[in-house]
Design a protein around this ligand. Structure first.
Ligand SMILES: [Zn+2]
Length: 264
């Protein structure tokens, strides 16, 4: 009887760990983005004890095949088998770590009320973490590409060619986060920034995944693009993504105080 009840309440899914925090002496709450069940909060019991059966499989940015048991308010992690061990390569590098933290935080916000429509976002995030961990491209480019595509997945696709407001064919010179990207002369709100044409070209490449253009872009245009992406993300998430501020810090000696929750 107990066995069948357990079976009815348990399910398997792949999930990526977005964030963890302590629960009591030995347990941890794991915030996951799953492939098929949206965002899930689950308790991992005994995970902070040495010799835990979960090992290091439930650290931020890890991808695991999970057995989850439905509980009253939180799920409980029954089993976790590592699928992608991206965590260690990411945590060892400051630029990768801050990019991954900003991606995980954005994913948590964007999928908080998403129900089960998580597959595109899951694939996008796992792809970006994999690219970060193997150093496929500069971390800030992977982050900005992820952010633009994540917002597109959430229904806020920017336009970097035709006017985002009236649709007049581009190219146009002005950028407005509030109006959805590049805007024509007639639509541009007063005070809108006018980024370099190369920056607009880079933004379009990051959105479409044209890495040959992105990888050969100049640092000055990357910085300008990052500022516009951050403005766009912040506008749409309505409050600043805390981790984006860490990314903007260049000095590797001023390591951020990582949330205690991520290290315990
Ligand atoms: Zn217009």
């Amino acid at each position: 009887m107990a066995e069948s009840t357990f079976a009815a309440r348990s399910y398997r899914d792949d999930g990526v760990v977005l964030r963890t925090h302590r629960l009591g002496e030995a347990d941890r709450i794991i915030v996951l983005l799953t492939k098929h069940h949206g965002q899930v909060r689950a308790v991992a019991r005994g995970v902070r004890r040495t010799g835990s059966r979960f090992g290091a499989r439930l650290e931020p940015f890890m991808v695991a095949d999970l057995q989850l048991v439905r509980g009253r308010s939180l799920e409980v992690v029954g089993q976790a088998v590592a699928r992608g061990t991206y965590g260690s390569e990411i945590a060892a590098d400051y630029a990768r770590y801050t990019a991954a933290a900003a991606m995980a935080e954005t994913a948590e916000r964007l999928t908080a009320n998403d129900g089960e429509a998580s597959l595109p976002h899951y694939q996008l995030l796992v792809g970006a973490l994999a690219a970060l961990s193997r150093g496929a491209h500069a971390p800030e480019l992977i982050l900005d590409s992820y952010l633009l595509r994540a917002l597109s997945t959430a229904g806020w696709a920017p336009s970097f060619t035709d006017c985002a407001r009236c649709g007049e064919p581009g190219p146009h010179a002005a950028f407005s986060a509030a109006l959805g990207g590049i805007v024509c002369h007639g639509c541009r709100p007063p005070g809108s920034p006018a980024p370099a044409p190369e920056t607009v070209h880079l933004l379009a490449a990051l959105l479409s995944g044209d890495w040959s253009v992105a990888d050969t872009s100049e640092p000055i245009h990357r910085r300008e693009a990052s500022g516009l992406v951050a403005a766009y993300v912040q506008w749409h998430l309505e409050r600043a993504v805390r981790s984006l501020r860490l990314v903007e810090r260049d000095d590797p000696t001023s390591l951020p105080t990582r949330q205690e929750s991520s290290l315990t």
